[in-house]
Ligand binder design. Structure first.
Ligand code: R5P
Length: 295
């Protein structure tokens, strides 16, 4: 119990010093509540403003794709080098030990497969289960212009509303229908729609022409997906250009876990994202680490 005798009056009230009242460091997030901002601060590094998310949620529609056959062997060794893990609840519960305290972005859509129409998804996780798993954010795809555009937009609206109720941010992933042009007009449209609906940050793809306009026109942060496996230098160059043109990080999967040396690659990507390392220097780092690891 606090001592009630000999209570000392406060002396140092810092009279003359204005109160410290910092703005929040994440784009478009200044007006969010404390819990929401705190979760976003676990995702984005407050010193660099950027994030390296390791995406390994692909199995929810692709099955055991290359690099994800054994999460316990392939992914666990990458965990120390990722800022955030993005996965499904099935893999989280079955393969990721609960002592891992990296923030989790939980894949909350499903109901499709590579054998059918990808845009035909539904919300596949109840918010109560996301809370139970102590996640930092929830996520689903929006398929703008695809066959089930409306359904996918309704999914993200549902996630945003339920997440808002509990202070859990929503990442909207722009899923691209097979027939869509991957250009600035398309990604500008898709990312802006998701942000207007209230998504707290958006995953897009990098494009060579006009990516700056996509990031500038989106009022919340954009992170880029890696897409199909590229040579390491190309993937590092893509990450470099994306950050240089306004992206606040990567949500990268195949270009890390399908690399010849995934442990070296995730560290090289981290150097680009957080230290602005130039692609060729980052490749040298990759090669050095790869040799040290004996990969
Ligand atoms: C795929 O649908 C998932 O959203 C992935 O998390 C996303 O595509 C990022 O992975 P990758 O870098 O392999 O494209």
């Amino acid at each position: 119990m606090a001592d009630l005798d000999d209570i000392k009056d406060g002396k140092d009230f810092g009279i003359g010093n204005p109160p410290v009242n910092e703005g929040f460091f994440i784009k478009g997030s200044n007006a969010l509540d404390w819990g929401m901002q705190n979760r976003l601060s676990r995702i984005f590094n407050s010193e660099t403003g950027n994030t390296v998310m390791l995406a390994f949620d692909h199995g929810y529609f692709m099955g055991a794709t290359t690099g994800l056959e054994r999460i316990d062997l392939g992914i666990m060794k990458l965990v120390p080098f990722a800022d955030v893990l993005m996965c499904t609840r099935g893999v989280l519960r079955s393969c990721i030990p609960s002592k891992v305290i990296k923030p989790i972005v939980l894949r909350c859509s499903g109901g499709n497969s590579i054998l059918t129409e990808l845009s035909n998804e539904t919300v596949a996780v109840d918010i109560e289960d996301a809370i139970r798993l102590n996640v930092a954010a929830i996520t689903a795809q929006v398929y703008i212009g695809a066959k089930h555009e409306h359904k996918s937009i309704c999914n993200i609206i549902k996630l945003i509303d339920t997440g808002n109720r509990y202070g859990i941010p929503t990442l909207a992933v722009t899923g691209v229908g097979k027939e869509m042009a991957r250009d600035a007009r398309y990604f500008g449209l898709a990312t802006r729609i998701a942000a207007e609906l209230g998504a707290h940050y958006i995953k897009s793809y990098f494009i060579e022409e006009g990516f700056e306009k996509v990031t500038a026109g989106c009022p919340v942060p954009i992170v880029i997906a890696g897409g199909k496996k590229l040579p390491e230098l190309d993937a590092l160059t893509m990450a470099y250009k994306a950050i240089d043109q306004g992206a606040r990080g990567v949500d990268m999967g195949r270009n890390i876990f399908q690399s010849d040396s995934p442990v070296a690659m995730i560290q090289a990507v981290g150097a680009v994202v957080h230290k602005g390392e130039k692609p060729k220097k980052a490749l040298q780092m990759y090669e050095t680490l790869k040799a040290e690891l004996g990969d």
